[in-house]
Design a binder for this molecule. Structure first.
Ligand code: CA
Length: 251
């Protein structure tokens, strides 16, 4: 049985921001970071595959560090923490579906940006394209959500900043796909997406979900509290989140 994470409102609330226990929903899989992401676990039968830039043997190298750690904010909760110190060593993790990539799907996760320029990079692929977003720690502009694949005119352009981020706490992200190439990106379950109905021009689509690949552009550091996905539908925020996990709320 999947571990139910205790909710500690006092340790999560920040100003007008709050967290709440999510309601139950049917999700294809939920990774809670109670075990390494490369291992199958209760509720998580599709473990991540290490990216090709990860060390060939073992889970870490001197420049790519990762593992499961205690959540400093929520007693009993676990986080997957990662850090790279050479940009070419991406430290990425991939979910490769054993079947055709869907044309409608949702990936949802809770993450915090660490002390490096890139917090996390997440992509969601269909059979023809992919959407990709990065969470950045910019020395001048602070926390940012940036789209990172070529986008069709009329939607946010490549490298477009679509939202600021409070770097002092974790956030909840939701990336949805419908029709094979219409994406929405939501932050902290605000029903208004930070990037709405965007279409990408990328022809890359070699996985289903990939996290942590910052290309050669950045070194990265951050933590992942949980990640869930649905292989059947674009699911906008509406109290529709996995049960038993912490979900940040914009309002
Ligand atoms: Ca967790």
């Amino acid at each position: 049985m999947r571990k139910i994470v205790p909710i500690c409102l006092a340790s999560i609330c920040a100003g007008a921001l709050s967290a709440h226990a999510a309601v139950a929903g049917e999700w294809t899989a939920l990774y809670t970071a109670d075990a390494p992401p490369t291992e199958a676990a209760p509720g998580f039968a599709n473990p991540f595959v290490p990216g090709d830039k990860l060390p060939a043997t073992g889970a870490e190298s001197p420049t790519v560090r990762y593992g499961v750690v205690d959540d400093p904010r929520v007693p009993g909760n676990k986080l997957f923490r990662f850090s790279t110190s050479v940009a070419e060593e991406k430290g990425s993790l991939k979910i490769n579906l054993p079947k055709a990539q869907p044309d409608a799907a949702t990936v949802m996760f809770r993450a915090e940006i660490g002390d490096k320029p890139c917090g996390i990079d997440v992509e969601l692929d269909s059979a023809t394209t992919r959407a990709r977003a990065r969470l950045l720690r910019d020395p001048a502009k602070g926390g940012l959500v940036v789209l990172d694949d070529p986008a069709v005119a009329g939607t946010p352009n490549e490298k477009a900043i679509v939202a600021p981020l409070d770097l002092s706490r974790p956030h909840t992200f939701r990336l949805t796909m419908s029709g094979g190439n219409t994406f929405n990106l939501y932050v902290d379950e605000d029903p208004k997406p930070v990037a709405a109905n965007f279409v990408t021009a990328s022809t890359k689509h070699t996985h289903f979900i990939r996290v942590g690949d910052a290309s050669a552009d950045f070194v990265s550091a951050g933590s992942l509290d949980w990640l869930a996905w649905d292989e059947t539908a674009a699911r906008p925020p509406a109290g529709d989140a996995p049960a038993g996990v912490i979900v940040d709320k914009a309002k």
